[in-house]
Design a protein around this ligand. Structure first.
Ligand code: ZN
Length: 307
């Protein structure tokens, strides 16, 4: 072979190799090969506690997280609770206001008339103050297995939130082909028609959207300190990744907070820990949604708008 032919072949080979190296290291290729599942969370704060305004709001503002506040209408302006101006400010700044009943009573313990009042009047009360209310959260998660209560909520709200599950699943794993596991955070899709409660809940899924108040685990002695609570938090929020893709959300943690203060109460989280948790979500690229981002349509059922 002529010297120049060898040189040309050599150059072509080197050139091709360079092209391959460039292609594989290009941002586009790296993006597609490393595309990770979306990480998302919904933050909700119940009961209209003043400490949410004093301690939680500045932290939420720092990370520009917009959340959903569930207000008990008759508790507004009371001791340690927010006033109407506080709540107005929250809405003006992009937070969502939802109803958490009139008096925070266990709905299943009330007469039909009282129960209806708690559900309907609380919406009217907030609307009279100028708030646009589309969702309800159950006081004490009570009544979320009662057809009569669910029917009443369904007649008056778009969606409702209860608690006690770390992740809200938008599709059952069987629909998605998920593999059954023993993970304690995966049990929502075990809802079947095995017993009446589950049957009722599955037919009213949009009114029994589940969140988790992880600070309440303190009561059952699951945490010895805030460090353990923080570890548990990370485990909960990260557990969604196997159900999500880079453009779809199959499961989302809906976090529920009550008091954000130094009281050490069972339903209180220390502001320093709250800050740590929010920082974790921020630094790890979590998309923060609100309850109003959960939408329903007949074909796709419940999902996060756009995902
Ligand atoms: Zn409550």
């Amino acid at each position: 072979m002529h010297f120049f032919e060898i040189l040309t072949m050599y150059c072509l080979t080197v050139f091709s190799l360079l092209i391959i190296i460039l292609l594989f290291s290009s941002p586009v290729f790296i993006y597609y090969s490393l595309a990770e599942p979306i990480k998302a969370a919904i933050i909700t704060l119940d009961d209209g506690m003043l400490s949410q305004y004093t301690y939680a709001k500045p932290i939420l503002d720092k990370y520009n997280f917009k959340t959903t506040f569930y207000i008990i209408c008759n508790s507004v302006d009371k001791e340690n609770r927010m006033n109407w101006n506080n709540i107005q400010t929250l809405e003006e700044e992009g937070h969502e206001i939802g109803s958490h009943s009139m008096n925070h009573k266990k709905l299943s313990k009330l007469s039909d008339e009282e129960m209806t009042y708690e559900i309907i009047e609380s919406k009217r009360c907030l609307e009279n103050k100028g708030f646009n209310v589309t969702s309800f959260s159950f006081p004490y998660n009570d009544g979320d297995d009662n057809k009569n209560i669910l029917k009443n909520i369904a007649d008056n709200y778009y969606i409702a939130r209860t608690a006690s599950e770390p992740l809200m699943f938008f599709q059952s794993r069987s629909d998605n082909g998920f593999v059954e596991g023993n993970d304690k955070y995966e049990n929502q899709c075990h809802y079947s028609t095995k017993n009446n409660k589950n049957e009722v809940q599955s037919s009213f899924k949009r009114y029994t959207i589940t969140g988790l108040s992880h600070e309440a685990y303190k009561k059952s002695g699951e945490y010895s300190d805030d460090d353990e609570m923080y570890e548990q938090f990370i485990e909960i929020v990260e557990s969604q990744t196997k159900y999500n893709t880079e453009n779809s959300i199959g499961a989302i943690p809906i976090l529920i907070y009550h008091m954000v203060d130094y009281s050490q109460d069972d339903y209180s989280i220390n502001p320093n820990l709250f800050e740590k948790e929010m920082k974790y979500l921020f630094e790890n690229g979590y998309k923060i949604f609100q309850m109003k981002d959960i939408v329903y349509n007949n074909e796709e059922e419940l999902h996060i708008k756009g995902y």
